[in-house]
Unconditional design. Structure first.
Length: 336
C-alpha cells in the first residue's frame, strides 16, 4: 500500500515537473512562476496562453492527458505539490522564508493538537503566516485521520507567489478554506478560532507604523515579526483556546523578550516549550521549538508543570515514542 501511495506521489510530481519545465523554458522565467502557472492550467479548461506556441500547448495537452485529480487522494496531491515546491526552492535558490515546514515537524505539531482536542466534534484552525499552506494542510489531514474531525481552516499570507501556491494546493486538495492575501500585521479581519498554528517568520517587521498597535512592538526601531505574529494569533483564539507556534528555541532569552512576557502576563498561559532535535538545524542558533500557549478563560489555568524539554532524535524511534508518551501523560493529567 505504501509503495502504491509513493508511486502516485511520484506520478503526480512527474506531471507537475514536466509541465513546469516546459513553461519555464518557453517563457524564460523561474521554475516557481512556471509551477504556479502549471497549477492554474490543470484546474482550468482554458488551454489558451499568449506566451506559448501552439506546439507548446499541444505538448502540455499531452502531459495533462493522463492526469485526473480525482484519481489522487488529497494527501497525495499535497505531497506531490510539496515535492515540486522543494524543487523550485532548490532550482531558483529561493530565500529562507519560502522553506517548507518538514512533514516530520508538522506531524509532531499535529500529534500534540490531536491529543489536546481529542473528543471534540468541531475544530477551527488559523495560520497567520501560512506560506504555501503545507503546515496547515498537513495538520488538516492528520486531524481527519487521528480524531475524526474535519477542521474549518483559515490562512493569511502576504507574499504573492506563496499565496497563489497555497490557494491552488488547497483547491486541488478540495479543502474548503478561507484564505486572506494580506499583511497580517495590518490587522486582518480573520476569524476567531479554537487554535492558531504557524511556522513563524523570524526577523524584523519593516513598517513601524503598523506595529505600533501591538503591545509587543519594540520601544525603538523595528519590532520582531514573530512577536507581533504571536500576539495577533492569540488575539484570534477563543477563550481557553490554544496557539501552537514554531519559534526560535532562544525566544525568551533575548532583550526584546521582556515586551513579549509583559504582554502575556495575566492573560496568556505559557503551557509548553519543546525544543526540536538539534540535528534538524544547521547550527544551534537556528534551532527551533514548539511553543504552546493558551488563552485565559473557559476554565483554563496555568499548568504545573510547564511542559519543557527537547525531542530526542527522530531517528531513535524508541526514545521518540517514549517522549510522545510523556506528552500524552502531560496533556491528560496536567493540562486538560
Amino acid at each position: 500500500m505504501r509503495v502504491l501511495a509513493e508511486g502516485k506521489i511520484e506520478q503526480l510530481f512527474g506531471v507537475l515537473d514536466r509541465s513546469t519545465e516546459l513553461i519555464q523554458k518557453a517563457k524564460d522565467q523561474s521554475y516557481l512562476d512556471s509551477l504556479i502557472e502549471t497549477l492554474g492550467f490543470i484546474q482550468s479548461d482554458d488551454d489558451e496562453d499568449p506566451g506559448l506556441t501552439e506546439a507548446d500547448i499541444k505538448k502540455l495537452t499531452n502531459i495533462y492527458a493522463g492526469f485526473n485529480p480525482d484519481e489522487y487522494t488529497a494527501e497525495t496531491i499535497r505531497k506531490g505539490i510539496q515535492m515540486a515546491i522543494l524543487k523550485a526552492i532548490r532550482i531558483d535558490k529561493i530565500q529562507a522564508n519560502y522553506q517548507i515546514t518538514p512533514d516530520t515537524i508538522a506531524n509532531v505539531i499535529g500529534y500534540i493538537i490531536s491529543g489536546i482536542f481529542h473528543g471534540k466534534k468541531e475544530l477551527s484552525l488559523l495560520d497567520p503566516a501560512m506560506g504555501t499552506g503545507n503546515l496547515l494542510t498537513t495538520i488538516y489531514h492528520q486531524l481527519e485521520t487521528s480524531i475524526g474531525v474535519t477542521p474549518t481552516v483559515s490562512g493569511i499570507e502576504n507574499d504573492d507567489a506563496m499565496f497563489e501556491l497555497a490557494a491552488d494546493s488547497v483547491e486541488l486538495q478540495k479543502i474548503h478554506a478561507e484564505l486572506f492575501h494580506e499583511d497580517t500585521i495590518q490587522n486582518v479581519l480573520a476569524p476567531v478560532v479554537d487554535a492558531v498554528v504557524s511556522d513563524l517568520p523570524i526577523g524584523y517587521y519593516p513598517i513601524d507604523a503598523n506595529a505600533k498597535g501591538f503591545a509587543t512592538h519594540s520601544e525603538s526601531g523595528h519590532s520582531y515579526v514573530h512577536h507581533l505574529m504571536i500576539e495577533f494569533g492569540m488575539k484570534h483564539v477563543k477563550p481557553g483556546g490554544f496557539g501552537f507556534f514554531l519559534v526560535p528555541s532562544q525566544l525568551f532569552q533575548t532583550s526584546e523578550a521582556k515586551q513579549l512576557l509583559k504582554w502575556m502576563q495575566g492573560k496568556i498561559y505559557l503551557q509548553g516549550l519543546l525544543n526540536l532535535p538539534k540535528e534538524l538545524f544547521q547550527n544551534s542558533a537556528a534551532q527551533k521549538a514548539i511553543l504552546i500557549l493558551q488563552n485565559s478563560g473557559e476554565g483554563a489555568k496555568q499548568v504545573d508543570p510547564v511542559m519543557l524539554g527537547e525531542f530526542p532524535s527522530f531517528k531513535d524511534q524508541q526514545a521518540f515514542t517514549k517522549f510522545l508518551t510523556e506528552i500524552d501523560d502531560w496533556e491528560q493529567n496536567d493540562l486538560l
